[in-house]
Design a protein around this ligand. Structure first.
Ligand code: FES
Length: 281
């Protein structure tokens, strides 16, 4: 059992959990994730440790409320309660090397996963710019990133109550692609890295490839076991079938079969958008 040492809402629908999980804290590397099960018979949720303390044995998870289980977590779990199970660290760490000038993008809560990676790349001597494009009330980790990288840019998009949720999301995609285009036009980067919904990753990739800049993406298809056994996280990369949980989650954006990835995740997008829309009423 994993005790919740601290719980706080840090932005709309974003909850910070500091959890005692010494076996994860001891070994986790930037780019890796865990799969948690918060309740008996509850679903398994992949999450990225945002920060950790190896000696004290805690990790921080920022959980975006998007479905029944995460809503239950936000509503029912309190400091001092326990999370039933945390498996990990899972997946491969990102390569820790000098790339030069990096643009690391987090769309929506993707910035949570960008944080430990961008911080480590900066500490290694890279010149890291982070960009977070999200809905205005959902901006997270702004101060933390400002203190960790060369430059942190936030592009908050207001939620227009006259538009439905998909239309609001299209506004985020538009702001994201315009901003990335503007930045790449003005300055050179040696690497673009991005975490966010697959549709937004593809939209940004379409901009990045115009400039011929290398791009890596963390992919997050549906995951169940996180150990390469269930096949749920199957993606095609470079013409080969890969499992995001054991072969990734980081892949070369130029090699990803984007249409297939988006088609596979598309079925759930409507349901998720609907759930979110109902929650935001
Ligand atoms: Fe089951 Fe990756 S989550 S194979």
């Amino acid at each position: 059992m994993y005790k919740i040492l601290e719980k706080k809402e840090i932005a709309m629908r974003n909850t910070w959990y500091k959890v005692h999980a010494p076996h994860v804290a001891r070994k986790v590397q930037p780019g890796q994730f865990v799969i948690i099960r918060a309740f008996e018979n509850g679903e398994r949720i992949p999450l990225t440790p945002v920060m950790w303390d190896r000696e004290d044995g805690w990790i921080v998870l920022v959980v975006f409320t998007r479905g029944r289980t995460t809503m239950r977590m936000a509503a029912e779990l309190k400091e001092g309660d326990e999370i039933l199970n945390i498996a990990g660290p899972l997946g491969n760490p990102v390569p820790m090397k000098k790339f030069g000038k990096i643009l690391a993008i987090g769309a929506y809560t993707g910035i949570v996963e960008v944080f430990p990676i961008a911080k480590a790349w900066q500490e290694l001597g890279n010149d890291v710019t982070t960009l977070n494009v999200t809905f205005e009330p959902m901006v997270v980790l702004k101060e933390e990133l400002e203190g960790a990288v060369s430059r942190h840019i936030v592009e908050p998009v207001p939620i227009d109550p006259n538009l439905d949720f998909p239309a609001n999301m299209r506004n985020v995609t538009k702001r994201l692609t315009e901003k990335v285009h503007e930045m790449l036009e003005k300055e050179g980067f040696d690497l673009v890295f991005m975490v966010g919904p697959a549709g937004d990753q593809r939209a940004v990739f379409n901009v990045v490839k115009e400039f011929g800049v290398p791009m890596k993406v963390d992919l997050h298809p549906i995951m169940v076991d996180g150990t390469g056994m269930c096949g749920a996280c199957r993606v095609t990369v470079g013409g080969e079938v890969k499992f995001a949980c054991i072969d990734g989650p980081e892949f070369d954006a130029y090699q990803v079969a984007w249409d297939e990835l988006i088609a596979r995740s598309g079925y759930y997008t409507d349901l998720e958008a609907k759930a979110m829309q109902e929650y935001m009423k």
